[in-house]
Design a protein around this ligand. Structure first.
Ligand code: AMP
Length: 282
């Protein structure tokens, strides 16, 4: 596997591949890789000639400094895993490569309503930071396709719109959430949970599944209220939101407006670790 740290060097490499008519897939990550990331790489591998994975812990998308500092980093193990799956290129830039001086302009991106709720509301500036880094990556790499996980569904919808508005030659593809046997969505942050914390965190996915099973049987408010009350009985779960929205535009659903596909989303802290998950109700 090639490990490239410089933008220039990556662009030279890409130019050579383009001259050979190679199709390029791109998987942006923040490292601490797990099977969820590997699923994105596998999907990219099945559709493209060359796969570029980036590892960059993007300071711009952390609204809390503490969270940035606590974010797990395991570059040696990441490289080992990437080698093991036969990844072609690891792009491993430092901050100066991605944000050189003032050269990286804020992109004037119209989020429409996609940044108003959930992650946008609970992590102010987070999705702007995601857009900033993805815009830069797409400028540098201009891949044929970028692969994003369903686990960050709001981020996926935003990245799809970003590509549509500014990088129309890049398709954005969603890959289903990879879970532990228990149902817990895999996440780099799970490393910070104790075994007991993982058990507790399973309740988040269980809540989503109950929501999906009962969708259409009660009003959306009744459904949400019942499930929130149930979560509130566990003092170890600090719920931020439980919402259901039209999966195409993230507009919240109310009453008996049982649109399909819908997406039911949850965010909560367990042992001080912020976890998110969602299910599509098709
Ligand atoms: P991150 O390193 O957390 O920024 O994630 C990089 C990419 O991997 C994003 O597109 C995530 O949505 C995706 N991802 C993270 N966890 C999972 C998972 N459990 N299943 C599928 N994709 C995931």
């Amino acid at each position: 596997m090639l490990i490239i740290k410089r933008v220039k060097e990556l662009q030279n490499y890409i130019q050579k591949q383009r001259a050979k008519n190679k199709k390029i897939g791109f998987v942006p990550t923040m490292g601490a890789l797990h099977y969820g990331h590997l699923a994105l790489l596998e999907e990219a591998r099945s559709e493209q000639d060359i796969v570029i994975c980036s590892i960059f812990v993007n300071p711009a998308q952390f609204n809390e400094k503490k969270d940035l500092q606590a974010y797990p980093r395991s570059i040696e193990d990441d490289i080992y895993q990437l080698e093991a799956v036969g990844n072609d290129v690891l792009f491993l830039p430092d901050e100066k490569e991605i944000y050189p001086n003032e050269a990286v302009k804020e992109v004037d991106f119209d989020f429409e309503n996609l940044n108003d709720s959930m992650e946008g509301a609970y992590r102010p500036g987070h999705l702007q930071g995601v857009v900033k880094v993805l815009h830069r990556f797409l400028d540098i790499i201009a891949p044929d396709a970028m692969y994003m996980g369903q686990k960050d569904y709001q981020q996926y919808l935003i990245s799809k719109k970003l590509a549509h508005d500014f990088h129309p030659s890049t398709a954005v593809k969603m890959v289903e959430t990879v879970r532990e046997d228990s149902g817990l969505a895999m996440s780099s942050r799970n490393r910070r949970l104790s075994d007991e914390g993982k058990q507790i965190a399973n309740k988040l996915n269980a809540t989503l599944r109950t929501f999906r099973d009962q969708y259409g049987q009660k009003t959306i408010e009744e459904l949400k209220q019942g499930l929130k009350q149930n979560l509130a009985t566990d003092p170890n779960i600090d719920l931020e939101y439980l919402e259901v929205a039209d999966a195409s535009n993230l507009k919240f659903l109310e009453g008996r407006n049982y649109i399909r596909p819908a997406v039911v989303c949850i965010a909560a802290k367990v042992e001080g670790v912020r976890l998110i998950d969602n299910l599509i109700i098709s």
